[in-house]
Design a protein around this ligand. Structure first.
Ligand code: PEP
Ligand code: MN
Length: 354
């Protein structure tokens, strides 16, 4: 149930409405926008059947939410969520600027990470990615450098100012990864690891939630609900391609999911064209399509020497190719009504207005 308050509602009226809802056995969540305040009611709507909500002072309208997700539902928030990254950075996801995250699939060592970070920052990336714990199909494949990789990410963040995002695979790793990362990534294979989602919900740290290989949009939103329900409202959704009968790309990028998600939720939506493509030459067209469809950001794999990469070399861009992608992306960002951090020749990124 959603209660929309009148524009002139007083704090006392708001408190009274919340008290009545909570006395009926439901939880409330208040969302304050510039124009209006919304009280979201969480629980079984039947509990409110006998509460004359419309007659309470300050109430404008009462609407049931028929969707299974509540906190993630578009209607539940007065405005779209803008996720602030890190304490000191000016990076946000979900704002006017298209936020580009870039970096290697896995942190393989110090110099490759440092080199990549400087290049992607100069090209306009706002956040550095890099796996420390890698979910691999084969247990014999390179599975990441673990805590050492987290230390390297923190060092390179200190040097470049780029906030870092890295994957957490297990509830036992949450405190360790949270000790280093600005954003905690939940990988596609873990999208429905409900104990991990709940554990991340107890942190006050943004979560980048990747869509599962065979998950529906609804299941993705229910996974976000698991995090939010524990109190952490900073969830960034990521479309990264789904498994279909098609084998010409690694995964099928579900472009349609982007406008669907933007209609269904107030949470920001980003796209990972690298894991969808599986091949570097397909990354740029998928990135352009994602931005045109309304994505709030992109996450792109970049490696200084893709042919030597220990994982996902086929889909990784080298830094020159990433420069080219960013240069061409600017026109799509502007066409989609966004600003984009663009490359300044030889210097740091600057922002171009739409
Ligand atoms: C990744 O981003 O490093 C990754 C493993 O992606 P996904 O979980 O989408 O396969
Ligand atoms: Mn990868």
């Amino acid at each position: 149930m959603i209660i929309v308050m009148r524009p002139d509602v007083t704090d006392a009226q708001l408190d009274h409405v919340r008290e009545r809802v909570e006395a009926a056995g439901m939880r409330t969540h208040t969302s304050r926008g510039q124009q209006r305040v919304i009280v979201g009611c969480i629980g079984d709507d039947a509990l409110l059947e006998d509460v004359p909500l419309l007659s309470l002072p300050g109430v404008e309208s009462v609407t049931p939410v028929l969707k299974p997700y509540k906190l993630a539902a578009r209607e539940f928030a007065a405005e779209r969520t803008i996720v602030q990254i890190g304490d000191a950075s000016d990076t946000v996801v979900g704002g006017a600027e298209l936020t580009v995250i870039a970096g290697p699939c896995a942190v393989e060592g110090e110099s490759m990470l440092r080199q990549t970070a400087h290049r992607v920052r100069a090209a306009g990336a706002r956040m550095l990615r890099g796996g420390a714990f890698k979910p691999r199909t084969s247990p014999y494949a390179f599975r990441g450098l673990g805590e050492h990789a987290l230390e390297l990410l923190a060092d390179v963040r200190a040097e470049t100012g780029l906030p870092v995002v890295t994957e957490v695979m297990d509830t036992r790793q949450v405190d360790l990864v949270a000790g280093y990362a600005d954003v905690l990534q939940v990988g596609a294979r873990n999208m429905q690891n409900f104990s991990l989602l709940s554990e991340l919900g107890r942190l006050q740290r943004p979560v980048l939630l990747k869509r599962g290989l065979s998950a529906t949009v609804r299941e993705l939103l229910m996974a976000a609900e698991y995090v939010m329900e524990q109190g952490n409202r900073d969830v960034i959704l990521c479309e990264r391609g789904i498994r279909t009968f098609e084998t010409s790309t690694r995964n099928t990028l579900d472009i349609g999911a982007i406008p669907v998600l933007k209609a269904e939720t107030h949470l920001p939506v980003i796209v990972d064209p690298s894991h969808a493509a599986g091949r570097s030459e397909l990354v740029a067209p998928l990135a352009f399509a994602a931005v045109a469809a309304g994505a709030d950001g992109l996450m792109v794999e970049v490696h200084p020497r893709p042919e030597d990469a220990l994982s996902d070399g086929d889909q990784s861009l080298d830094p020159d190719a990433f420069d080219g992608l960013m240069d061409r992306l600017a026109a799509f960002a502007v066409a989609a009504g966004r600003t984009q951090a663009v490359r300044a020749s030889g210097g740091a990124a600057q922002t171009a207005a739409a």
